[in-house]
Design a protein around this ligand. Structure first.
Ligand SMILES: [Zn+2]
Length: 295
């Protein structure tokens, strides 16, 4: 394609042409962006112009994404070298993730297999309704315990805070009575004030810090719905769910290993112990009290 002066049209020139609605019959003023209907014959339809605009902005007409969204991009590592596996499409429809590390030629896994293993991992949290109710009850009781503990800690911190004024007054008396010199007085005063600041901050964080029970309750609710949600999730939602529940996913050879985050790992162990113990001795639901969520 050539310009009036018979020179090849540059990329920038082509962009200007494609972005100009003139060819649809409109005249747009460059300065004010005002549009008027021209008297000239349109060269292209408005629909074609709009479709071109979408492509220029990275979207194809309609809802089909321009590129395949690899569900597990940046999510699965090679167990051999630690690099992220890279998604690739084979024969136009089969999705694989492969390690491009120089010594890991055999590390390659299909998306379908990864998807099935993650789905199976999330399915480990399926609680029977009565178990779920018991777990919730335990977490509710934990909330009560935590509130009591928090109140006790607050009381002790406030008591310490109240003592500071007395300690400062004593120090000032010591200076007046010449029991300490000015330098020592300043040093001890500054140490006292720093200590006081720590206590004020500890008091503030007591009120803003979420309790363990909050996190465990949220995790419990997420765990309970994770498997169902995963089945109907789009790629973005799948990645969010995996990030929320799993800390690590690796592929070594053909073996997939998924490590769950706390408290999901403990919840999964709990349900496994219930389902697998032939003697019927169940780990008590109350063990959720000891969970230390890493979220
Ligand atoms: Zn590797």
């Amino acid at each position: 394609m050539h310009s009036y002066s018979n020179r090849p049209i540059s990329k920038a020139g082509l962009t200007t042409i494609l972005n100009n609605p003139f060819y649809t019959g409109l005249i747009q003023l460059r300065k004010t962006r005002e549009s008027f209907e021209g008297v000239h014959e349109p060269l292209i339809s408005r629909a074609l112009y709009d479709a071109v605009q979408m492509v220029l902005r990275g979207r194809r007409a309609g809802t089909v994404p321009l590129r395949y969204d690899f569900v597990f991009k940046q999510m699965v590592r090679c167990g051999n070298c630690g690099k992220h596996l890279i998604g690739e499409k084979q024969k136009g429809r089969y999705i694989y993730y492969r390690c491009h590390g120089p010594a890991c030629a055999g590390t390659c896994i299909s998306e379908a297999k990864l998807d099935a293993v993650i789905n199976g991992t999330l399915a480990r949290f399926r609680f029977a309704p009565e178990d779920f109710k018991d777990l919730r009850d335990v977490v509710e009781r934990l909330k009560g315990d935590e509130s009591a503990e928090r109140a006790k800690r607050e009381q002790s911190l406030r008591l310490k805070l109240g003592n500071f004024d007395v300690r400062l007054a004593r120090l000032t008396d010591a200076l007046i009575d010449c029991l300490v010199d000015k330098e020592e007085y300043e040093e001890r005063r500054s140490a006292l004030l720093a200590e006081k600041r720590y206590i004020v901050e500890a008091l503030e964080s007591l009120n803003t810090m979420p309790g363990n029970h909050d996190t465990i309750m949220r995790s419990l609710e997420l765990a309970e719905s994770a498997s169902l949600r995963y089945k109907i999730a789009n790629p973005v939602e799948k990645r969010d769910l995996v990030r929320a529940t799993c800390s690590n996913s690796t592929v070594t050879g053909k073996k997939i290993e998924i490590t769950l985050r706390s408290p999901f790992s403990e919840l999964a162990n709990l349900t496994s112990s219930w389902n697998c113990d032939p003697t019927g001795n169940r780990t008590p639901v109350s063990s959720v009290r000891g969970m230390r969520p890493s979220l």
